[in-house]
Design a protein around this ligand. Structure first.
Ligand SMILES: NC(=O)c1ccc[n+]([C@@H]2O[C@H](COP(=O)([O-])OP(=O)(O)OC[C@H]3O[C@@H](n4cnc5c(N)ncnc54)[C@H](O)[C@@H]3O)[C@@H](O)[C@H]2O)c1
Ligand SMILES: [Zn+2]
Ligand SMILES: [Zn+2]
Length: 376
């Protein structure tokens, strides 16, 4: 089969690899119809993780079941399914508590497994014609058959639940205000989620005009950090009150207007603008170590972080990978009911053979390259 493989910093290749196959009775093989490129792929693409060369990328996968193992009782060949980026075993302590992002029996040294991901187990990704899905009865979410809502449903594997997770970690309630750092796909999904949940005012911070324009489409107020300190802009817009909640959707490669990395820059802003006793949901990725990164503290996974102010304001802070399975069933049903359209952010639908240029453009955050969906 053909697949997108990691070849080292800033290099992916579309190549012939061994077919995905059923390896355990609880596996299924899914024929991929859509596999998205994610901001998380870019951390790996840029060589900022220890992903080994040759691994197939892709953790945002959907398709139809092509083959099932002898232990599969629920899924049938031909079922259309969305696959959470996390792989859960379904029976460990964390999976039973719905914390499938932190499965204890699927990952490597630390809890949590995922498709095509550094430090989250040995699993291949789905930017390929076929994908092996472990514990498929537990992990796959069934979708209505056919091809309807493909671009909306393909957001169920990661970024729609992740954006939603950010708002839940932040504790958003209807009628509250929220600031989202980052207008990448995850930040945009957090803004969409906040809007569906009845936020009264949503700010989205970025410096890319095309991405901020998409934030406006879901009713958010864009804040361009290239035009001045985003905290000051939000405080001014709220007459000094600030916001109830904040979502961090950038991660440790957050940078200033010139591109100089400030891993804690977005947290600086949120601690300033979230009002006392409010909450922050951190879904942008941070790592235990970033040995080759430019920031000395972050090389050891440490942040220069205004903890004193956070504590003094009584802010709560939630973090981590999204437990996709908590949300994906309900978010699927919002899509079917016509109440959510996360596919609105898709800018490019490409064949697998165009993956190399897709990575280059998306990594450069070239104008108009918001979200790429590959159709193998
Ligand atoms: N927790 C999870 O489960 C989970 C799931 C998916 C993605 N992620 C992570 O979420 C983050 C965002 O993902 P994405 O796909 O949207 O990535 P992306 O790289 O496409 O978007 C990030 C955006 O942040 C903006 N940005 C950079 N510095 C900024 C700053 N100082 N202030 C405001 N905006 C700034 C960039 O211009 C860009 O538009 C990544 O770290 C990704 O790895 C986490
Ligand atoms: Zn992703
Ligand atoms: Zn588990």
């Amino acid at each position: 089969m053909r697949a997108v493989t990691y070849q080292g910093p800033h290099e992916v290749r579309v190549e012939e690899v061994p077919d995905a196959k059923v390896e355990a009775p609880t596996d299924a093989v899914v024929k991929i119809t859509s596999a998205n490129v994610c901001g998380s792929d870019l951390h790996m693409y840029e060589g900022r993780t220890d992903l080994e060369t040759g691994r197939i990328l892709g953790h945002e996968n959907m398709g139809t079941v092509a083959e099932v193992g002898s232990g599969i009782t629920r899924l049938k060949v031909g079922d259309r399914v969305s696959l959470p980026f996390n792989i859960g075993c379904g029976h460990c302590r964390n999976c039973q508590a719905q914390k499938t992002g932190f499965c204890l029996e699927i990952g490597s040294d630390t809890p949590g497994g995922a498709f095509g991901f550094a430090d989250m187990g040995p699993y291949q990704g789905g930017q390929a014609e076929y994908l092996r899905v472990p514990f498929a009865d537990f992990n796959a979410l069934r979708l209505p058959g056919g091809t309807e809502h493909e671009l909306d449903f393909t957001m169920l594997s990661d970024i729609f639940p992740t954006g939603w997770h950010g708002t839940r970690l932040a504790g958003l309630e209807p009628g509250e205000s929220i600031a989202v750092m980052g207008a990448g796909p995850v930040g945009l999904m957090a803004a969409l989620s906040a809007s569906i949940q009845g936020a009264d005012r949503i700010f989205v911070v970025d410096q890319h005009a095309d991405r901020l324009a998409l934030a406006e489409k879901v009713g958010a107020t864009p804040i361009d950090f290239s035009e001045g300190d985003p905290a000051e802009q939000i405080m001014e817009a709220t007459k000094g009150v600030g916001v109830d909640r904040g979502v961090e959707a950038v991660g440790w490669q957050a940078h200033d207007h010139e591109g100089v990395e400030h891993p804690a820059g977005t947290y600086d802003t949120l601690v300033d603008v979230v009002r006392a006793t409010g909450g922050i949901g951190g879904v942008g990725i941070f790592l235990p170590a970033d040995p080759h990164g430019p920031d000395e503290l972050m090389q050891q996974g440490r942040l220069r972080f205004p903890f004193g102010k956070l504590w003094f304001k009584g802010l709560s802070l939630g973090t981590g990978q999204a437990d996709v399975k908590i949300y994906n069933r309900r978010l699927r049903d919002l899509i079917i009911a016509g109440r959510a359209n996360p596919g609105f952010i898709v800018s490019h639908e490409l064949g697998l053979d165009q993956a190399v240029e897709a990575y280059q453009h998306f990594d450069a955050r070239d104008e108009g390259w918001t979200k790429v969906v590959l159709h193998p």
